[in-house]
Design a protein around this ligand. Structure first.
Ligand code: FE2
Length: 363
């Protein structure tokens, strides 16, 4: 059933972190985001310090609690640093809230209007898997910094953009046998369809496996793979995530670039850490993906992965976890018409993750 509101795309992602002031520097210096907004004690917020980072259409908000009574502490204690809210831009935040709460979503907060000299924004919120929430943001041409209540802010020192353009997809990990319920939840509240599916036979290595269903809107602006662990000889990376995150949560956020070689070169120079595949991956690559525009030695030097589907091909690479718990990480992706998610790379990637798991003692 089509919902009576329009989901326009990802608006922003909010992270709970232990020290937003320092984390904001990491996203600026390593990933090349600009600091554009801030809210905290100076704006009268006695609960939460909040930093808004932007690169092209990617907006991240980093939140840290000031006081032991802030509910953010519960999230941090249970999950560690990580993504806690996926906000969607919508044409009508009140209708979005009414429709989704009527079709199975739990209320987080009812529609309310935020207002300042630069205009009005209507927001509302629902709960989704784990402790993750969705905020609906109806901007109505708001002209101020991010949202009413935020002060403009500027990066100190130089930040260099790394070519990140927009969020391509956001992946949610679920405990064993909970994936199907979450997929149905998104079908019910948003009218999403199943864009792509993998089962444990597709992507098991000798040791570990997962199942995944990608749900998406009709325009495929919003794509959300939902994973669960499958049984293998050893522990699935999804199970490792679920244990360290104490339940379901956001596993990775994929950001799109038009020049993955330039993006990865710069991220590496800035100190980002990536998963690696063996050189044999590149020996098999031409046979697997056929002709591509990029030179294979240039991809091999940076460890960039390639996969092909019926529509085209894609280039992708995954960071290592960006906090000490082996939970959230990022993907950089350049689509050359491909609409899928790199199934052909799963085996090589799983083996790479298994090597990391073995080093962590969690395989
Ligand atoms: Fe991905």
């Amino acid at each position: 059933m089509k919902p009576p509101f329009k989901l326009l795309g990802f608006d922003h992602v909010t992270f709970a972190v232990g020290n937003a002031k320092q984390a904001a520097v990491y996203y600026q210096k390593v990933f090349g985001f600009d600091l554009v907004g801030y809210r905290g004690l100076e704006q009268g917020d006695r609960q939460t310090a909040s930093y808004v980072l932007r690169q092209n259409h990617v907006h991240f908000v980093l939140n840290t609690p000031y006081t032991p009574t802030s509910p953010l502490n519960d999230l941090l204690k249970k999950h560690g640093d990580g993504a806690v809210d996926i906000a969607f831009a919508v044409d009508d935040a009140a209708k979005a809230w009414e429709h989704t709460t009527k079709h199975g979503a739990k209320n987080w907060f009812e529609p309310r209007t935020l207002e300042d000299d630069h205009g009005k924004v209507v927001v509302s919120g629902i709960h989704t898997y784990g402790d993750v929430t969705h905020t609906f943001v109806q901007r109505d041409g708001y002209k101020g910094t991010f949202l009413p209540g935020y002060a403009p802010a500027k990066s100190r020192g130089e930040t260099k953009p790394t070519g990140l353009l927009f969020i391509d997809h956001i992946v949610g990990n679920q405990p064993d046998s909970e994936m199907e319920d979450v997929v149905r939840f998104y079908e019910n509240i948003f009218g999403f369809h199943r864009l792509w599916t993998v089962d444990d036979k597709d992507i098991s290595t000798e040791y570990t496996a997962l199942r995944s269903v990608v749900v998406a809107d009709d325009n495929e602006n919003v794509k959300m793979p939902i994973n669960e662990p499958a049984h293998g000889l050893k522990k699935s990376q999804i199970q490792e995530y679920v244990e360290f995150n104490s339940g379901a949560g956001v596993q990775h956020i994929a950001m799109s670039t038009n020049d993955i070689i330039g993006t990865i070169q710069q991220l590496k120079a800035n100190g980002a850490e990536f998963l690696t595949v063996p050189d044999s991956y590149y020996d098999e690559l031409p046979g697997r993906v056929g002709d591509i525009e990029e030179e294979i030695p240039a991809l091999q030097k940076l460890g960039i992965l390639v996969d092909r589907d019926d529509s085209g091909y894609l280039l992708q690479l995954f960071t290592k976890p960006v906090q000490d718990r082996p939970t959230l990480f990022f993907e950089l992706i350049q689509r050359k018409n491909a609409r899928s998610f790199g199934k052909g790379n799963f085996k090589a990637l799983f083996e790479s993750i298994e090597r990391e798991q073995a080093r962590r003692g969690t395989l």
